[in-house]
Write a protein that binds this ligand. Structure first.
Ligand SMILES: Nc1ncnc2c1ncn2[C@@H]1O[C@H](COP(=O)(O)OP(=O)(O)OP(=O)(O)O)[C@@H](O)[C@H]1O
Ligand SMILES: [Mg+2]
Length: 365
């Protein structure tokens, strides 16, 4: 498939803070591509570079086969000529303009005829479900409605590429969920390429064709489909970043693997690829089975919390700790309501193996 946005060897520093170093990125025409990474990792800087509000210290940026910035030749095309629709992180709708005026703004900049502007704005107001609110000022709208205005303004000039920087950050959980489906629907309906930037894993999994995971140093750790990122994480950072997980320290002796400092050897679903003496196995709460039958790893319930629909257990296994949840009605019907201090057995449906050396880089788990 054809790449519509291409970054090659892009570097950007502020003072002596190197935010991006040799960043390569290709976004395919028509896809919804998400950049996911922790706060301060350089996501907004990347968006600003693509939009043309910043210039790279070195490297090249292409949009639709046109070089829009190249440090080696000094080539630079200004933002308004890059053909992008943008929703910035603070979504900045013009406070002194009505909904209609806000959405019409990009078309006015393009000096389109008034009749055409009226028609397009009206259609866009309907698309984002803002009928009847068209004469209001942003101060008379909710955060979610302002967000829709910002989206409509970005969409109205029919851009082939949309850059969306945390466009749902100020919405409550319900509206966020609703809006992410709307963005996805708009993207598919208009066949737009979307570059979506967020630190919210759930949103990224829900809307993306592909995801790039960026670490705190502005380096991309993995690019892949949501399934690849979730099920085949390239490293410990990616696995940890993709949501709630448990980790156990495992040491290898010969071809055997033992948990913590103990002597329990386990029939793991699969062993690691590669060799190391110290490993970290990662798994999600849904990958763990807990039982009373002597099968798998023996542990002790350190804490048992009844959370209504689930039981939350903290378990110690040979000096290592994990937490898991069990649906409460299953716990009751299958005699799995454990008390603190009771023994239990743990088996795994899935595991991810990481060389423990990666811990130094990722820090505390
Ligand atoms: N104009 C600037 N001058 C100096 N430093 C800057 C500037 N813009 C960004 N930075 C720094 O660059 C780093 C990356 O910033 P950026 O805004 O891209 O982070 P982000 O990934 O978008 O984070 P968040 O998820 O919090 O929005 C930060 O450390 C930030 O302080
Ligand atoms: Mg940002």
């Amino acid at each position: 498939m054809q790449d519509i946005i291409k970054l090659e060897g892009v570097c950007k520093a502020y003072g002596d803070h190197q935010v991006l170093k040799d960043l390569d990125l290709s976004i395919r025409k028509g896809e919804c591509f998400t950049m996911l990474g922790p706060s301060g990792c350089g996501k907004t800087v990347t968006i600003r570079l693509i939009a043309g509000h910043e210039v790279p210290d070195s490297g090249k940026i292409e949009i639709d086969d046109t070089v829009v910035a190249d440090s080696s030749t000094g080539a630079y095309i200004p933002p308004e000529r890059r053909g992008l629709g943008i929703v910035f992180q603070d979504y900045a709708v013009w406070p002194h303009m009505t909904v209609t005026q806000n959405i019409a703004y990009p078309l006015k900049m393009e000096k389109r005829p008034k009749a055409e502007i009226d028609k397009l704005v009206k259609a866009m107001i309907a698309t984002v479900g803002m009928e009847g609110l068209d004469k209001r000022l942003p101060s008379e709208l909710s955060g979610g409605q302002q967000q829709r205005v910002a989206l409509a303004r970005a969409l109205v000039a029919d851009p082939s590429v949309m850059l969306l920087d945390e466009p749902l950050s100020n919405l409550d959980a319900n509206l966020r969920e609703e809006m992410r489906f709307e963005i996805k629907a708009l993207q598919q309906r208009f066949g737009i390429t979307v570059l979506y930037v967020t630190h919210d894993q759930e949103v990224a999994l829900a809307i993306s064709d592909r995801i790039a995971i960026m670490d705190a140093n502005g380096r991309i750790r993995q690019t892949g489909t949501p399934y690849e990122i979730f099920e085949k994480p390239a490293d410990l950072f990616v696995f940890k970043f993709m949501g709630i997980a448990n980790f156990l320290a495992v040491r290898s002796e010969g071809d055997k693997y033992y948990v913590g400092t103990g002597t329990q050897e386990v029939p793991w679903p699969e062993g690691p690829a590669g060799t190391a003496e110290k490993w970290v196995v990662g798994f999600r709460p849904s990958d763990v089975e807990i039982g009373r039958e002597a099968k798998g790893l023996k542990g002790v319930i350190k804490r048992a919390n009844f959370l209504g629909s689930t039981m939350d257990y903290a378990i110690e296994i040979d000096g290592e700790h994990l937490r898991t949840e069990l649906v409460a009605h299953k716990a009751i019907s299958q005699d799995l309501m454990f008390q603190e201090g009771e023994e239990c057995y743990i088996t795994f449906k899935a595991l991810h193996w990481f060389d423990a050396k990666q811990l130094e880089e990722v820090g505390e788990l």
